[in-house]
Design a protein around this ligand. Structure first.
Ligand code: NCD
Length: 330
């Protein structure tokens, strides 16, 4: 399939068909830190081809026929797990899902033993979501097959960041020079961390916004600005990326009440009126309607939230494919 160089960043990369054929040249995807900006462009360009496949009546190619993909999700998830499973199925891989209730972890098995068991079953890729930061890296160390981090505690969620970049690039044609505000619970958010790393690599400017208790002190070391005042940031940004308030990760109350949070930082129609006319609104889901987003706001025309979900499948197809070595897409 021909890849059209639609985006300025992709042109240089486009020449390098050899690397595309070899894939990413690494076994695992645990952190955005492992990827260069060229690798990111390669994945996004490849995802363009896969998006076209998802728009065909028969949404399947034989690319990963005979390969086995296991999803090991030890934390609740609907969209990420389904998205990975669909991605693998559209590439004709065999898929097996293991969730917390069906895994021997509840019987006390260690992650290392789970890894060795899955390895013995000849999995080609294991996709892990786990409540502990660092768990994906640990699994990758014990396993000879590829491991993809689908969210490890508060650490990283690299494929979420890649699908977000894909969605922003699709809208603006570039990532370079865009101003992106990430708003909310930065402290507990693996999505924020992966997005900051990825957006910075691609030349976007990032401003994190939230109450002081939800912005980590060392945030400036990641090369981002921070603000506690959403209203002063709204007029200057191109992308408003809103995070879920992660009540399940907050050991103590880090703000007075959800009502208070919604009043000070929640995005409502009035706040959207303070933004540039071509601003886009994003959220990784699941949304707490009435907390970080006013009930009517998730469905406004500037919202790319369903587009993010749609693009997630194509981007994950690209990642699965690139990790297993890459080749021309049929
Ligand atoms: C995110 C996650 O689990 O990290 N959701 C997702 O993957 N779509 C964000 C969240 O749970 O708020």
């Amino acid at each position: 399939m021909e890849l059209a160089p639609r985006y300025e960043e992709s042109e240089a990369r486009y020449e390098d068909r050899e690397k595309k054929k070899r894939g990413l040249g690494q076994k695992d995807l645990v952190s955005i830190d492992q990827l260069s900006s060229d690798d990111i462009i390669l994945i996004l360009d490849m995802a363009e081809s896969f998006k076209k496949i998802s728009e065909r009546p028969i949404k399947k190619v034989p690319t990963l026929r005979g390969r086995t993909v296991i999803t090991l999700f030890l934390e609740p998830s609907t969209r990420t797990r389904t998205s990975f499973e669909l991605a693998a199925k559209r590439l004709s891989a065999d898929t097996v899902n293991i969730s917390k209730s069906t895994s021997a972890v509840v019987k006390g098995e260690s992650l290392k033993d789970t890894a060795l068991t899955l390895e013995a079953m000849a999995a080609d890729i294991v996709i892990i979501r786990h409540p502990a930061s660092g768990s994906a890296a640990l699994l990758a160390k014990y396993m000879g097959c590829s491991v993809i981090n689908a969210g490890d505690g508060q650490h990283e969620h690299p494929t979420q960041a890649l699908l977000d970049l894909f969605t922003i690039r699709q809208e603006f044609g570039t990532l370079r020079g865009l101003k992106v505000a990430i708003v909310g619970d930065i402290l507990h958010s693996r999505v924020a961390r992966s997005n900051i790393l990825a957006l910075k690599k691609m030349g976007s400017e990032v401003i994190v916004v939230g109450p002081p208790t939800l912005i980590p002190k060392e945030i400036e070391s990641l090369g981002v600005r921070y603000s506690y005042d959403i209203d002063s940031v709204l007029p200057e940004i191109d992308v408003l990326y809103v995070l879920r308030i992660q009540m399940e990760r907050q050991g103590e109350s880090l703000f007075p009440s959800l009502r208070e949070y919604a009043k000070l930082y929640g995005i409502n129609k009035q706040r959207l009126q303070m933004t540039k006319p071509d601003l886009v609104l994003m959220h990784p889901g699941p949304i707490n309607r009435g907390v970080e987003l006013a009930p009517e706001v998730a469905d406004v025309s500037q919202s790319l939230i369903t587009e993010q979900v749609k693009n997630g499948v194509a981007v994950r197809m690209a990642v699965l494919y690139m990790l297993l070595g890459g080749a021309e897409v049929e």
